[in-house]
Design a binder for this molecule. Structure first.
Ligand SMILES: Nc1nc2c(ncn2[C@@H]2O[C@H](COP(=O)(O)OP(=O)(O)O)[C@@H](O)[C@H]2O)c(=O)[nH]1
Ligand SMILES: [Mg+2]
Length: 283
């Protein structure tokens, strides 16, 4: 959102200012619904607080966006049974890398982690996860390429119990061009997991590439229809994209952003900070 800085330096809170700001938010992939809501709130809030300058309005907008993004807390860890986390999202969004980064985080806390190679579509996807599992010091459950991913999860959950695993992190496929099949596959995975371990998966993390444009909202809706998404991970925030798309997605799904990805290494996963994010979005 390059035009924002210029806009906030203009000074006056004219009709034109609000219109340009609304447009900039929409162009910044915040999404139409969220942008309209934010600007409406900003209009009434600036009126109420008798704010005159654009610089002050910016601070209010930062607060609004941060509030919008910190509506919900993540569900607590279940304890006892392994925590089961399912990664979903389109191809290339960063599911496999994020699964590995999460495994690394939990390993650093001294927890036993099992990664599940649930993207059975390509042999390379399984190999990629295997390499990450070794680096992160996590166990891996895989099957032959082409096998039914829900069978891999079935195996994995039984293995997790037998081995006293604390956290199970499941990778999945993301090929959207066969969208119906993918969604059916995800539903089946979810069903199988909850049958083997009632209450699981405890987290379904939708991985969103920060460079994803406004159609990220439609994607999020599709995934959420198949499996109930509990949180978002925004990846590639180390690039030039600011990830405004999560504001729009959050507004639709009403789930928290759990983590942000800031690089390709195991350490490059940070807890999400709504205030920092909002400030960077409007910088
Ligand atoms: N710069 C950067 N690259 C990332 C990040 N997360 C993932 N990637 C890269 O994005 C590409 C796709 O990631 P991958 O995990 O294979 O995506 P998947 O298809 O959803 O499993 C890989 O080259 C990753 O290294 C991130 O936070 N920052
Ligand atoms: Mg992958």
């Amino acid at each position: 959102m390059r035009r924002l800085d210029h806009l906030f330096r203009e000074g006056e809170l004219t009709e034109e200012f609000f219109d340009s700001l609304e447009e900039a938010l929409i162009l910044g992939d915040v999404g139409v619904e969220a942008a309209l809501k934010l600007i409406e709130q900003l209009r009434s809030e600036t009126r109420r607080r008798k704010v005159r300058s654009a610089a002050e309005a910016r601070e209010i907008l930062v607060e609004e966006i941060a509030a919008m993004l910190s509506l919900q807390e993540e569900p607590p860890d279940p304890g006892g049974d392994p925590l089961v986390i399912l990664m979903v999202g389109v191809n290339g969004s960063g599911k496999t890398t994020t699964a590995a980064k999460l495994a690394h985080r939990y390993r650093q806390e001294g927890r036993q982690v099992l990664l599940v190679a649930g993207d059975t579509f390509r042999a390379a996807a399984i190999e990629q996860l295997q390499i990450w599992a070794e680096r992160a010091g996590a166990a891996l459950i895989k099957q032959q390429p082409g096998s039914d991913p829900s069978a891999v999860f079935y195996d994995a959950l039984h293995a997790a119990r037998a081995r006293g695993i604390d956290v199970v992190i499941g990778d999945t496929a993301g090929r959207l061009h066969t969208r119906v099949n993918l969604m059916e596959e995800l539903k089946k995975i979810h069903r199988v997991i909850s049958r083997v371990q009632p209450g699981a998966p405890h987290r379904v993390l939708l991985v969103i590439d920060a460079t994803t444009g406004h159609n990220g909202i439609a994607q999020a809706r599709y995934f959420n229809e198949a499996v109930p998404v509990t949180g978002l991970v925004l990846t590639k925030l180390d690039g030039t994209a600011r990830g405004g798309i999560v504001v729009g997605i959050q507004e639709v799904l009403k789930v928290p952003v759990s983590y942000v990805g800031v690089g390709e290494k195991l350490d490059d996963l940070l807890p999400f900070n709504a205030a920092d994010f909002a400030r960077a979005l409007l910088a």
